[in-house]
Design a binder for this molecule. Structure first.
Ligand SMILES: [Fe+2]
Length: 453
């Protein structure tokens, strides 16, 4: 029989629990068990985990150990599960208990709902939106990065980040992750829904420049791996999932997976045009394309793939202008983008790209030079932080409406662009349609629907 709910006032599990890296028969369980003060904050302890059916039968159980070497966090990969099935998750340690639920991916489904989120700056208006994602009851949460911001500040809501300075050490990054999990909505979302997550730059530092010490990058990445529901034994963050016979999903890490150069702050008229994915990542994408059978082929990564012209700058050659682009997205890697476009054209299903990073909501065709559609791309707005319009205004003083006009005139194929609002995406997928809802923190919703074929 399922154990009773946790006692009130329990703070061993104050950071909650989470599940992720889910597939059809396995899932990673995560929690952090902080030893009570009476035992000592650096104490070790056994952590008992168990998985139960909705009917109250125990499916799997085991004991792990938590200690200070991983900030008292724990990851357990549980296999042998049934597809498309909801399980109760129970952790017990130091005399306390916490419960949640998770659901494996289906092998057969008539519909599937994915929430896409990115860019959540703690203490900024909108952060509470994570709780709203949970209320939308997605089957899966796809987080495309900037789960934390490394910036130390007094936030617009008057609260101070922890630590109060920019994160540079492992302890700093751990504390920032812990602060995120003080948010009730985010804890609830993690306790109820499985995640597939990739980091972006702010898990370490803005635009992750080359000249920052590798120690800082290692610290940011270690803290992220400790605190996120990801498989600690997986090589890299790239994943391929087939979901319900509806979606072939490929998630690739376009930030630290193979990107060179990594210092890609913009805007710019030219780049070195190095790789954005490693050879191993390209092989993974190629294999996914060849194996694809579902009506929808979805590629998710951190940054926008479609060409995006910001302006034209004069040049002393023919043609006498140059496109000004943001080289931090795939515009900095045009040869790699052509390679992806070729692969998308070979996928069985209709290609769709999901991205984040821009702090603006986009729905647009990914068009080749001849204006032919290669894929449709949806870019999620940010959960919280500085919006695209605010960032451009800070640099150029241009008002949002004018920036909107410039971007839509310079970039054909945009059918929705919102530079001002925070929120997230819901992708409702059936065999015939993929409906994307931009859910904004102000309560408004914008819907775009694609049909197969
Ligand atoms: Fe961001």
């Amino acid at each position: 029989m399922l154990p009773p709910p946790p006692p009130v006032g329990d703070d061993v599990f104050r950071s909650g629990l989470a599940t992720g890296d889910v597939d059809t028969t396995s899932v990673v369980l995560w929690t952090r068990a902080a030893p009570p003060a009476a035992i000592g904050p650096t104490s070790r302890g056994p952590l008992r985990w168990s998985l139960w059916t909705e009917g109250g039968d125990q499916v799997e159980a085991g004991v792990a150990e938590v200690g200070p070497e991983h900030d008292h966090t724990c990851h357990v990969r549980v296999g042998g599960l049934e597809p498309g099935t909801t399980y109760h998750v129970v952790f017990e340690a130091f005399g306390s208990r916490i419960t949640g639920t998770t659901t494996t991916l289906p092998t057969n489904a008539t519909r599937f709902r994915i929430a896409v989120a990115c860019c959540s700056r703690w203490g900024w208006p909108g952060f509470e939106t994570y709780g709203r994602i949970d209320r939308e009851e997605p089957d899966l949460v796809l987080h495309v990065g900037d789960y934390i911001y490394e910036i130390g500040e007094t936030t617009p809501t008057g609260r101070m980040t922890d630590p109060p300075h920019d994160c540079t050490t492992l302890d700093d990054y751990r504390r920032r992750h812990a602060q995120h999990r003080t948010d009730d909505g985010l804890r609830r979302l993690h306790a109820n829904r499985p995640f597939l997550a990739v980091w972006d730059d702010h898990e370490v530092i803005d635009n992750a420049p080359d000249d920052e010490s590798m120690a800082r990058r290692a610290a940011g990445i270690q803290a992220w791996q400790e605190w996120m529901p990801v498989d600690p034994d997986a090589a890299g963050l790239d994943r391929v999932r087939s979901i319900g016979g509806l979606i072939d999903l490929v998630v690739v890490d376009a930030r630290f997976g193979g990107r060179l150069p990594t210092d890609t702050d913009g805007p710019s008229v030219g780049r070195a045009d190095g790789p954005i994915l490693s050879d191993a990542q390209w092989e993974l994408v190629e294999r996914a394309v060849e194996a694809s059978t579902a009506p929808w082929f979805v590629v998710a990564n951190q940054v926008q793939v479609s060409p995006m012209t910001l302006a034209y700058a004069p040049a002393l050659q023919w043609p006498p202008w140059r496109r000004v682009v943001n080289p931090d997205q795939w515009d900095g890697f045009p040869a790699e983008r052509r390679r992806l476009a070729d692969l998308l054209g070979r996928a069985h299903g209709r290609p769709v790209i999901v991205s984040g990073d821009l702090h603006a909501g986009w729905s647009r065709g990914f068009l080749d030079d001849a204006g032919t559609s290669i894929a449709h791309e949806f870019t999620s707005p940010s959960i919280s932080g500085v919006t695209y319009a605010e960032a451009v205004h800070d640099r150029t003083r241009l008002p949002s409406g004018l920036v909107h006009t410039i971007l839509t005139r310079l970039n054909p194929g945009i059918d929705h662009l919102d530079l001002d609002r925070h929120g997230f995406l819901l992708l409702d997928v059936t065999a015939d349609t993929l409906t994307t809802t931009f859910v904004h923190t102000d309560g408004t919703r914008v819907v775009r629907t694609l049909t197969v074929g």
